[in-house]
Write a protein that binds this ligand. Structure first.
Ligand code: APR
Ligand code: ZN
Ligand code: ZN
Length: 365
């Protein structure tokens, strides 16, 4: 089968069509991946921000059709349409049992770049290939854990479904699950890419009255407005915190950082009014540390700083919920797809993401 392979940090992805894929083992399914979004986290593996072993098949935002199932698989069958979840959900571990399946303990092996047992189902004549997030949706076909797929109706277009797998679940989930936005609140969203635009529409659904979008590209601020932002801030026009403070009386109730940089994480905390909540969605480099005045931040100004992993989602609950929000016209998903591309254009999609040209590029296999 054909895929793009990252051979080492900093290298361009290499398209190869000589990949061997093993049959699904017990508790695994083989999925023909029809569509895969290109997310910043894929780029973050390529540039070393997110450390994963190489060679690896990237891609963690996909949807497709089940081709075969391994022994003991009962929840899906051949022909089912599925969204691929980048965090497995076992339903049995202590995190799953306490309602936090986005922290499922079965995800522990993901850092090793394999499936649940740490091994991988992909290889070339030169050796094994790792799979990002137990998936690897840049491949035409993926063997993944059964607990990484969510069955969906066949009338949902698979390019739309693919985006739900990461950007939409993460962004909308940050607003609806992680944060505690109250109707009438003022929020700030720092970073308006594929994930940030979904935070904006999640905040709108949660009833935020003012949504201040912050991005360094005017093109992204235009998109932010289309997704529900009421105020636009470009850091090129002056300090972000100063601009947000000028727009609000005392700062915002809830802020979201959706980039993963130290200065913008600090800005998300600094733009909060007393009692405000900062939600950190962007994934920073492993060496980023924050320096905060503990007494002011947490006590006198009573701010909360929360991490948001996978939109604090329960994929079995939230995937159908997001699909019906889209069907009812409350969630813009078609508008997130700026370009549909072939796998051969994946390096160009990384460049288009960095230059602010696209909300999302979607690979059609
Ligand atoms: N100031 C303001 N905006 C910035 C800055 C900055 N210093 N740096 C980047 N941006 C903007 C970009 O212009 C872009 O619109 O942040 C946005 C990031 O969006 P994408 O590159 O599309 O990334 P996305 O896929 O949305 O992911 C965002 O969430 O899941 C994580 O790993 C992912 O950390 C990444 C973040
Ligand atoms: Zn992602
Ligand atoms: Zn679990």
């Amino acid at each position: 089968m054909k895929t793009a392979v990252l051979t080492g940090v900093g290298s361009d992805l290499e398209v190869r069509d000589d990949i061997d894929i093993a049959d699904p083992g017990p508790g695994e399914v083989r999925v023909r991946v029809e569509a895969s979004g290109v997310c910043h986290s894929d780029l973050s593996v390529q540039n070393g921000t997110i450390p994963l072993p190489t060679p690896i098949v990237l891609g963690h935002e996909g949807a497709g059709v089940v081709e075969a199932v391994g022994e003991g698989v009962a929840s899906v069958a051949e022909g089912d349409h599925v969204v691929l979840s980048f965090v497995p959900r076992c339903g049995e571990c202590s995190a799953c049992r306490r309602g936090q399946p986005f922290l499922c303990e079965k995800a522990a092996m993901q850092a090793a770049g394999g499936l649940l047992d740490g091994t991988t189902r992909l290889s070339t004549p030169d050796g094994a290939l790792h799979q990002m997030a137990c998936l690897g949706t840049f491949g035409e076909v993926a063997v993944v854990p059964e607990i990484s797929v969510v069955k969906i109706a066949e009338d949902v277009p698979l390019d739309i479904a693919a985006l739900i797998g990461c950007g939409v679940l993460t962004g909308v989930g940050a607003a609806l699950n992680t944060a505690s936005i109250q109707p009438g609140d003022t929020v700030a969203v720092i970073g308006c890419g594929g994930v940030g635009l979904n935070v904006i529409q999640g905040a709108r659904i949660a009833g935020a009255e003012r949504i201040i979008a912050v991005d360094k590209f005017a093109s992204k601020l235009d998109m932010a407005k289309q997704f529900g932002a009421t105020d636009l801030v470009n850091p090129d026009d002056g300090d972000t915190v100063g601009q947000v403070m000028a727009l609000t009386e005392k700062g915002v109730n809830v802020s979201f950082e959706v980039i993963g940089l130290q200065p913008t994480i600090m800005a998300a905390i600094d733009v909060l009014r007393p009692g405000g909540e900062a939600v950190i969605v962007g994934v920073p480099r492993m060496d980023v540390v924050l320096e905060l005045n503990a007494a002011f931040t947490f006590l006198y100004l009573n701010k909360t700083v929360k991490g948001c992993w996978y939109g604090s989602a329960d994929v079995q609950r939230d995937v159908p919920k997001l699909i019906s929000l889209w069907q009812d016209g409350d969630l813009k998903l078609d508008e997130l797809i700026s370009r549909e591309i072939a796998i051969e254009d994946v390096n160009g999609a990384f460049e288009a993401m960095e230059s602010g040209e696209v909300a999302r590029s979607v690979i059609r296999h």
